[in-house]
Structure formats: structure tokens, C-alpha cells
Ligand binder design. Structure first.
Ligand code: AMP
Length: 544
């Protein structure tokens, strides 16, 4: 067992780390930190989740002087990673008030020019934008002494080879270079050959890669049942924060919107979105306003959010490395995580390959039944009620309880209160997911086609349909409508029914008894900067 002190870090830095709960170095830190402190070039094979950021950031913080010139540069493949790394350096270096600036495409260049002009010690940037600044002369490397290529394989995969070369040719020859990469394909090795000097290679062995804190499960599902299966799993697992991985951008959008339509706080994240939208989505995700982020591999690369409790592979990853990357988004910062993979019968081979290469066993699970979901909900509700009973502040309600208790049975009263709380109409649900599970005895009758589309857990008969004057052309998305109704009218998202966003209008179903209240609340509100006009629409339910 090594300590940070034994690695040669300063007392001030160790104190900061201990304040962050970092008590001992991770294996990659134990290997890389002493070498980097000694000024050696390092090639490190390590991926996100191993503590690689601190492995280069800590020596960097120790070696940078108070001089307000760019002394260290980190190159990262995506703006998300660049921002994350800059934040991490800032956090680790807070005893020194270091000036760290992330620079990346998509952000107005003026803001970065201003930041650079004020003087910074460490720049963290994406290759394209860094080169841009170099060529403009707004970024100067005459004092640069340390260069880190973070996720080098990813940068090359994303087509940044030329930019990397151009940048590396502009940095002083007298410098220290570190390269961090999950994999070391020939293109990366080629880069290290030309731009590092007598580098020391460090890596962490396969056993240390597979994060032990992540419970790995898989479900077998038919392709056509996947969306229902996803909702079922979300309902059963009740994730704090989940990332759902799929293969294409269109699919990410499609799944995101369909989840929104079913009342989940979901958004999609992929490379086609404008930077402003990506920022907004990431901010909402970080702040816990979203429960589900539907992402493509590239978009979610390097995301480090400790609260991600679940990773769901909606599509099986195309190779074992991508599997390891994806599941590494959960089980972070010492927390437990769950990784769930959907496998269609044809994809079993892929699963075996992943198990073999990653040397882990992925456990097969039976798809949760509707009864399982109900049981989980009940258990969660029980916990919530227990907690509420143990928390002060009930006095204002006890008078009402006393009043009703004089004429009513307490059990009935409590049951009615819970019913109101859940706002759920008890309706018969049909399980439409074909069971491919290990336990065929549980097989549920397969519903007739057509019954699947409107499985409303809200009870359609009691819903009213509201028309809103804003639609797609006004940038309104289903989640905005759910948000407006939930926030302004206090109607929980789960009791909101089908939502249909058309070009110039939207329709939403809400519980009939709440309809008047919702109308009043919506008519006091704006969506995307425009006043809402909401009216009661005709009575027919919205088609899916
Ligand atoms: P990374 O591989 O850099 O993405 O880091 C993975 C996670 O581990 C991040 O959430 C870090 O905050 C955390 N971390 C890094 N080093 C340590 C450490 N020595 N002790 C505890 N947590 C750490």
C-alpha cells in the first residue's frame, strides 16, 4: 500500500486531497505520479474511472510556478472532457489559486481571448480550438513545460491527428510529455515515438480495469420489445441517474423523445446537437433535473458524474472496449453502480466475447414483471412514508387527521391519502414484453397487437386533453410541457398522460380532476419565452 506522501506530493496538496476524500492513490496514480514529478515522459494505458486525471493533474499542479504564463497544456478529445479536466485541476489545486482555462470549439472565441489575455498557467483544450488560438497568437507556448494528451486514442479516432501534429510541432522541444490512452493502437504508438523522449510505459493490468463496484447484468429481449423493456427496467430499478447507450444519433433522439412522451425526465446527447443544447442538457443532468440521459458513445465519452447509478446498454456495444468505457460511467467516486445490457437472441456471441475479453461474468436476469415493478414501488413508498413520519413538520396536518378521524376509520383515511399522493388510477395493465427469461413458468400471456400502444398507467377514462398554442416550431419538447405542468400546477410528471407536440400546437393529457387547475396554471406561464394559451381540447384520447 502506497500513500500520497510516499509518491512525493507536497503536504499542502495532500491536505487538499484528503479534504476531497482521496485517502490513497489509485494504481495508475501510484505508478505515474513519481515519474511525472521526476520530469520523465510517460505513456500510460489507463481509462476513465481509474483516477487518470489526478495521475497527471497532481504532478502538474506541483510543477507549475506562480508565473502567469501558460506552463502546462492538456489536450482532450471533447469539450465535455476538457471542461471536466479543467474543473478537476482547479479542485485539486485550490490551495494554490491556479489559473486554469478550458478552451474548446463552440464557445465564443472572445470569451477565451479575454481569459487568455488575463494570463493563465494551465490550458485544457480540444485540438482544433487550441490550434486556432496558436495561429491567432492569442496562445503562446514559450513558457510551456508540460504537455498531456488525454484520451489520445479517442482524439485520433475523432480525426484530430493533423491538429495534434501541428500543435506538437509548435511546443518547445524542452518539455515533458505524458500520453494517457485507454488503448495503444499503432497510430497512438506512432505519436509517442515521435513526440516523447525515453518515455516510461505504465499500465494497469486487466484485473484492475473491470471496476469491482459495478454490478453487471444482462437481459435477453426481442428488438421490438426494447423500448418497453427499457421503461420496465427504469421503473423497476428507479435509477438516481441513468445513461442509456445506443448506437446512432437518430436512435438517441428517438428514444429520448419517446421516453419524454411516457413521462420520464429524459434527454438525448449526441454530436449533432448545437453546443448550446449540449450545455443545457449536461447542466440539467448534472443538477439532477434529468433522470435519464440517452447518449451515443462519443457524446458520453469521459463523462464523470458521481451520481450516475445506472448504465443501460440499449444496444450491445460493438466491441469489448466500448463496453468497458460505457459501464465506467457508473460506479464512480467510490459509489456502487449497475450496468445493464440488452441482448437480442442474435447478439449472444457478442456478449460472450465481452465476457472473455474483459474477464468478467455478466449475470443473466429475468425481465422484471409488472408485479415486480409494483412491489418495488410499494417498497419505495413504504420507505418514503417511514422517513416522512420520522421528520418533523407534520403538525399542520395532524389537525386535519384528527378532524377526519372523528368520523372515519384511520386505515381508510391513510389509504385514501396514499392514493391521492400517487395520483394513480388503478388500471389493469397488460404485459406486452415477450419473456425470453430463464424462468419460462412465469411466462405472461402475450397481448394482442394494438393493445401495446396505449398502456396508460393513468387510466384513460379519467384523463382530459389540453391544447397548448405552442409546438415544435416554438422549440417546445415534451419534457418542457411535463416540466411546466409539474412545476406550475404541481401535478407529478408520472400522472401526466400522452403528449403530442405538433408543429404549431401541442396536446397533453392530464387527470380530469386536475384539468381546470392545470389550465389556470399554464395560462399564467410561459414556455421558451412565449406565453402559453391553454384550452380544453376535444375528449378523444391522443393517438400514440
Ligand atoms: P478519472 O479516471 O480521472 O475519470 O477518475 C475517476 C474518479 O475517481 C473521479 O470521480 C475521481 O474524482 C476519483 N478519484 C481519482 N483519484 C482518486 C483517489 N485517489 N481516491 C478516491 N477517488 C479518486
Amino acid at each position: 500500500m502506497t500513500t500520497f506522501a510516499e509518491l512525493g506530493l507536497s503536504d499542502a496538496l495532500i491536505a487538499t486531497l484528503s479534504g476531497l476524500g482521496y485517502d490513497e492513490p489509485t494504481p495508475i496514480q501510484a505508478q505515474a505520479i513519481p515519474l511525472l514529478l521526476a520530469g520523465r515522459d510517460v505513456i500510460a494505458q489507463a481509462q476513465t474511472g481509474t483516477g487518470k486525471t489526478a495521475a497527471f493533474a497532481l504532478p502538474m499542479i506541483e510543477r507549475v510556478t506562480d508565473d502567469l504564463a501558460v506552463q502546462a497544456l492538456v489536450l482532450a478529445p471533447t469539450r465535455e472532457l476538457a471542461v471536466q479536466v479543467a474543473e478537476a485541476i482547479h479542485r485539486y489545486g485550490r490551495h494554490r489559486a491556479l489559473r486554469v482555462l478550458p478552451i474548446y470549439g463552440g464557445q465564443p472565441i472572445e470569451r477565451q481571448l479575454r481569459g487568455l489575455a488575463q494570463g493563465v498557467q494551465i490550458v485544457v483544450g480540444t485540438p482544433g480550438r487550441v490550434l486556432d488560438h496558436l495561429r491567432r497568437g492569442s496562445l503562446r507556448f514559450d513558457q510551456l513545460r508540460m504537455v498531456v494528451l488525454d484520451e489520445a486514442d479517442e482524439m485520433l479516432d475523432m480525426g484530430f491527428a493533423e491538429e495534434l501534429e501541428a500543435i506538437l510541432q509548435l511546443v518547445p522541444a524542452e518539455r515533458q510529455t505524458a500520453l494517457f490512452s485507454a488503448t495503444l493502437p499503432p497510430a497512438v504508438q506512432n505519436l509517442t515515438l515521435r513526440y516523447t523522449r525515453q518515455p516510461v510505459r505504465v499500465s494497469i493490468v486487466a484485473e484492475q480495469l473491470a471496476a469491482p463496484r459495478i454490478r453487471q447484468l444482462y437481459y435477453e429481449v426481442l428488438a421490438r420489445d426494447k423500448l418497453d423493456a427499457l421503461c420496465r427496467v427504469l421503473d423497476a430499478e428507479m435509477p438516481q441517474l441513468a445513461i442509456v447507450f445506443c448506437r446512432t444519433r437518430q436512435e438517441a433522439d428517438d428514444i429520448g423523445e419517446r421516453l419524454q412522451g411516457r413521462g420520464y425526465a429524459a434527454e438525448s446527447l449526441h454530436g449533432d446537437l448545437s453546443q448550446a443544447v449540449r450545455d443545457r442538457v449536461m447542466r440539467r443532468f448534472r443538477e439532477g433535473q434529468l433522470d435519464v440521459l440517452v447518449a451515443t458513445d462519443v457524446a458520453a465519452r469521459g463523462l464523470d458524474i458521481a451520481e450516475v447509478s445506472h448504465v443501460i446498454n440499449y444496444d450491445v456495444p460493438t466491441d469489448p472496449e466500448s463496453y468497458v468505457h460505457r459501464i465506467g460511467r457508473t460506479g464512480r467516486a467510490g459509489r456502487d453502480g449497475v450496468a445493464i445490457t440488452f441482448i437480442t437472441p442474435r447478439e449472444r456471441r457478442m456478449l460472450q466475447t465481452i465476457e472473455r475479453v474483459t474477464r468478467t461474468r455478466i449475470e443473466r436476469r429475468a425481465m422484471p414483471t409488472l408485479a415486480d415493478v409494483a412491489a418495488r414501488r410499494r417498497a419505495a413508498l413504504r420507505d418514503q412514508l417511514r422517513e416522512a413520519m420520522a421528520t418533523p413538520g407534520l403538525d399542520s396536518y395532524t389537525a386535519l387527521v384528527d378532524e377526519l378521524a372523528a368520523t372515519h376509520d384511520l386505515r381508510t383515511l391513510a389509504a385514501a391519502a396514499i392514493k391521492l399522493l400517487l395520483n394513480e388510477a388503478e388500471t389493469e395493465q397488460v404485459d406486452t414484453i415477450t419473456r425470453l427469461d430463464p424462468a419460462p413458468a412465469e411466462r405472461a400471456p402475450r397481448a394482442k397487437r394494438g393493445e401495446t400502444a396505449q398502456r396508460s398507467r393513468r387510466g384513460e377514462a379519467e384523463m382530459a386533453r389540453i391544447q397548448i398554442n405552442l409546438g415544435r416550431n416554438d422549440q417546445v419538447r415534451p419534457a418542457d410541457i411535463v416540466g411546466a405542468i409539474a412545476n406550475e400546477a404541481g401535478v407529478p410528471g408520472r400522472s401526466i398522460g400522452a403528449i403530442e407536440v405538433r408543429a404549431r400546437a401541442s396536446f397533453v393529457e392530464v387527470p380530469r380532476r386536475a384539468a381546470r387547475h392545470v389550465l389556470q396554471a399554464l395560462n399564467r406561464t410561459s414556455l421558451r419565452g412565449q406565453r402559453i394559451r391553454a384550452t380544453l381540447a376535444d375528449e378523444t384520447p391522443v393517438a400514440a
